[in-house]
Ligand binder design. Structure first.
Ligand code: C5P
Length: 271
């Protein structure tokens, strides 16, 4: 049996005094949540490389299901942006530590949705600070606290990042690994920058993405890799709405039966 929820309002999360990124207060009509959702919160992990569309997908999925959403990349970006502001070397924990402390004291929805987090400089710096084990440890705690302290009226949470299905929530109910060819990801990022009237060269965007992929997949701690039980979604030829529909149909088949389709598409392929 399925439960239909209605209503969708943005707001702050009360579990940590309103200091987190939780953005769901009530639910929006359209989809379903299994009827045990009130007792057992559903955790959906969405991992994938930079510019794969996982962030947009996770946000839309959360809206559609009436779940909370956490963009874990924004946490690393916030540390990186603050580190740049104080002139830190983003490869050194001793330099980045003060920025980490500032961010952990100030994890507001405003900070995590700040457009300045999305500049190419912050993207590159985020990929560097995220390779520092102490930074990962501190942010891991925040992510788990978020996932385990959902308000009673929220049926679950969608968290997107690089290591959600492998490290942050290895017991997630459903794991997606969203990917696309690096050229297609660069094309999307390039068009995005153009639409924001930002100067960009396609070749530079492609090079930056390759460098970030390399750093994310080869770092010692929590490298970007698909969980063994993840559903691999290659979005190279899919539009955002087709991608969302595909994930919703996977979620449906997952909850409605032990469909052979899930996780039949999973493989070890990372990027
Ligand atoms: O997802 P997004 O591109 O916003 O993430 C910014 C950076 O943060 C990534 O390049 C990645 O290095 C890092 N990150 C991470 N683990 C996560 C989320 C993001 O290492 N769970």
């Amino acid at each position: 049996m399925l439960i239909i929820y209605e209503g969708f309002i943005k707001g702050a999360h009360a579990a940590d005094g309103g200091n987190s990124t939780m953005s769901i207060l009530t639910f929006r009509k359209t989809d379903f949540i299994p009827d045990n959702a009130a007792q057992q919160k559903i955790v959906i992990a969405v991992d994938g490389p930079a510019a794969s569309g996982k962030g947009t997908l996770a946000k839309k999925m959360a809206e559609r299901l009436g779940y909370a959403h956490l963009d874990s990349g924004a946490l690393y970006r916030a540390v990186a942006m603050t580190a740049l502001e104080i002139g830190a070397d983003c490869n050194l924990f001793s330099d980045v530590e003060p920025a980490l402390k500032i961010v952990l004291r100030n994890l507001t929805p405003e900070l995590l949705s700040c457009p300045d987090l999305r500049t190419p400089e912050v993207s590159e710096a985020a990929s560097k600070v995220s390779a520092i084990p102490q930074v990962r440890d501190a942010l891991l705690k925040h992510q788990r606290d978020f996932a385990h302290n959902l308000p009673a009226y929220v049926g679950g949470v969608v968290i997107d990042g690089r290591d959600i299905g492998t490290v942050v929530c290895p017991d997630a109910d459903i794991k997606f690994f969203v990917t696309a060819s690096v050229e297609e990801r660069a094309r999307r990022r390039y068009l995005e920058l153009q639409s924001e009237k930002k100067e960009a060269s396609f070749v530079k965007v492609l090079e930056d993405l390759k460098a970030r992929d390399h750093r994310d997949t080869t770092r010692k701690v929590a490298p970007l890799v698909a969980a063994e039980d993840a559903y691999i979604l290659d979005t190279t030829t899919l539009s955002p709405s087709q991608t969302l529909d595909e994930t919703i149909s996977v979620i449906r088949s997952r909850f409605l039966s032990d469909s052979a389709e899930y996780p039949a598409k999973a493989s070890q392929k990372a990027v």
